[in-house]
Design a protein around this ligand. Sequence first.
Ligand code: SAM
Length: 268
Amino acid sequence: MQWIVDVVGEGFGQAIEVEDILYDHHSPFQHVQVATSPRYGRMLILDDAVQTTERDEHIYHEMLVHLPMAAHPDPKRVLIIGGGDGGTLEEVLKHPVDAVTMVEIDREVIEVSRTFLPSIAGRAFDDPRTRLLITDGVAFVQHTDERFDVILVDSTDPTGPGLALFSAEFYRACATALTPRTGVLAVQSGSPLYQGDVLNLVARHLSAVFPGIAPYWAAIPSYPGTLWSFTIALRHVPPRPARPLAIPGLRYYSEVTDAAARLLPPLP
Ligand code: SAM
């Protein structure tokens, strides 16, 4: 047995015991690993940070997807930036959408996830509504003339290729690529306990472009500190009440967790 240590923020990290490293390679963009853990099953690890695990991936993916989708009256065209493991794509395709464009910078993450973590994406990559583009997400939104109802940024932490996905320029380009009035953007915004600087930076950059922004959270055991944040940005204020979703089989997201997630506990 060995341990992987996932450091987040200053002076804090989480150690997870792993049985086996099934894949270990440096892609042109990042260090890509797949490991097996007695507690979490198979895990995707990028640059020593746990990205997703078979045991609790549904929590992160359901909250990144369904809360913003429920904040839009009728989302038909969705853009995902990042999300190489395919979990976000799979959740979006549970909605009656017409088209989903996924823009991932690293083809190796997709191939490794399809090979070693097939349960996370299921058949999402083969769905006829899926359009997969292997390119930089920042460049894509800055040059596209398409318009999307919902944009979901399923990025790594603000390091390496993911750093630019936390920039004011990127959020401005996302605002332009959203349909006017009803467009919704949601991003993963880090650990509210150990990456408060990231959460504040995201809030500062988003509020310069969007009239309505709000952080929300979920409890994700395989992430350091467990408490993880997302931030939703709306082109319309006040926010509409969450639209009830008729999606069977959700394990974490519901109207109750939707409401509870918007109440961040007072943090030390
Ligand atoms: N749930 C994870 C988290 O919160 O840490 C994120 C998972 S997902 C695997 C992150 C993906 O973002 C990776 O596949 C990475 O290659 C991709 N990514 C990073 N920077 C990118 C960029 N500039 N454009 C597109 N994809 C990017």
